[in-house]
Ligand binder design. Structure first.
Ligand code: SF4
Ligand code: SF4
Length: 422
């Protein structure tokens, strides 16, 4: 694609990056069938190719309108188009740049602007998010139906066994990212990861003082807040890095993909770039670490399965691969063999590459599209009559749980339950 970027961006690092991405697109349209919003709306401007055209116009200095903003807002950022693209177009990065320029030119109406402001101020902060959810749950019966769907019913309180965190005992050490909403919505997930890693000879410590990974404000185009959050997290993680952890383990795939991007996002930051690159090099989704110890794991699981009642081994699981896992991290197909090794039966799930509609703050900012995607995802997941649904990202877990008729769990919790402590 030929480009002629406008003066305001042409000779900047962001401009050069955007130019290279735009030029890599050959307009072939192979990405269109993979795009959930194009499937739902049938409008080229709600497809990856259409949005690339819109962002090209924006970056070439042509008028930026509310319509441009609307089509970019409707994008989930799921990056299914990247997986489908034969030319390797880095759509996700272009979207970040295109949205930032568009939002700088097109002011939002008071209500959507307030919604976005509040999301940026509440969601990334664990205590505020917890308090906000508590108020929402208390008022849930009084809320209109559309709003009620966005307030999760409280999960069953985690038992002491589910929260048990093994004391460090191995020479191999990793740090686990706590996450912002995860301690509230899935308190047992990180302890389950710590127990599995412990059985694999790796001790996990929680990285104290680390906040949200930064994805929430990045998706809201708040660059200043994102940079501040990333710097804060790097400072908080650094003592663990200096203590020699072999990895920074993340149990929510969207947050893993964000951490893996710190080096790029702070690449121009003289004070933080080297440490940001180090953090990205150390970032691992928990599935990568567990899969790296697959033979040891299989041996332990074989022992554990011998002690299980026959009825327990055939539990039917529908696995939902989050977009961040399969399209951003390219880790599709890593978790399923681990669940099979643990004795679960996987049920078929059609359209497995399609987003569930959670997509960070999308379920709140684009509720209608999000709900349509949610209901078709739940129908696909439940079509094989599973006993439960497993996923790898807290946002998807919470979103799918709001509509599913069977329990929705994090896959590492299932594995931990099959791998009792020694
Ligand atoms: S993004 Fe990729 S698949 Fe889509 S039109 Fe461009 S080159 Fe083709
Ligand atoms: S990121 Fe997802 S929703 Fe956005 S254009 Fe690509 S496939 Fe479509």
């Amino acid at each position: 694609m030929k480009t002629a970027l406008a003066d305001f961006i042409r000779d900047t690092p962001a401009g050069r990056e955007a130019d290279a991405i735009l030029r890599s697109c050959v307009h072939c349209g192979f990405c269109l069938p993979a795009c959930p919003t194009y499937q739902l709306l049938g409008d080229e401007l709600d497809s990856p190719r259409g949005r690339i055209y819109l962002m090209k116009q924006v970056l070439e200095g042509q008028p930026v309108t509310a319509s441009t903003q609307l089509h970019l807002d409707r994008c989930l950022g799921c990056r299914a188009c990247e997986s489908a693209c034969p030319s390797g177009v880095q759509y996700g990065r272009l979207l970040e740049l295109g949205r930032a320029v568009t939002d700088a030119h097109v002011p939002r109406a008071a209500l959507p602007a307030t919604k976005r402001y509040l999301l940026g101020k509440i969601v990334p902060h664990a205590r505020r998010a917890g308090a906000f959810l508590g108020v929402g749950r208390a008022l849930r019966p009084l809320l209109p139906r559309a709003l009620r769907a966005q307030v999760p019913a409280p999960p069953a309180p985690a038992t002491a066994t589910a929260l048990a965190w093994p004391a460090p005992r191995h020479a191999r050490r990793v740090a686990i990212l706590a996450g912002c909403v995860q301690p509230t919505l899935g308190a047992g997930i990180n302890p389950a990861a710590a127990r599995v890693l412990d059985r694999l000879g790796i001790s996990a410590v929680t990285a104290a003082g680390v906040g949200c990974c930064g994805a929430v404000t990045l998706h809201l185009s708040d660059e200043e807040a994102t940079i501040a959050q990333l710097r804060h997290n790097i400072d908080a993680l650094w003592p663990a890095v200096e203590a020699g952890v072999e990895a920074i383990v993340v149990t929510s795939s969207a947050c893993t993909s964000m951490l893996a991007d710190y080096g790029r996002l702070l690449g121009q930051d003289a004070a933080y770039a080297p440490r940001a690159a180090r953090i990205s090099a150390l970032a691992r989704d928990v599935s990568q670490v567990v899969a790296g110890e697959a033979s040891l794991l299989r041996g332990l699981l074989q022992q554990a399965r011998a002690n299980l009642p026959a009825t327990a081994t055939g539990t039917r699981v529908a696995f939902q691969a989050p977009c961040s896992l399969q399209h951003a991290l390219r880790l599709g197909g890593v978790i399923e063999p681990l669940l099979l090794a643990a004795g679960f039966t996987l049920t078929p799930v059609s359209d497995g590459q399609r987003c569930c509609g959670s997509a960070g703050t999308y379920s709140i900012l684009q509720p209608q599209l999000s709900q349509q995607l949610l209901h078709s995802k739940v129908a696909a997941l439940e079509s094989g009559t599973p006993d439960l649904i497993a996923t790898a990202n807290i946002g998807c877990l919470h979103h799918i749980r709001s509509a599913a008729s069977v329990p929705v769990r994090h896959w590492i919790e299932l594995l931990a339950e099959r791998l009792p402590r020694d």
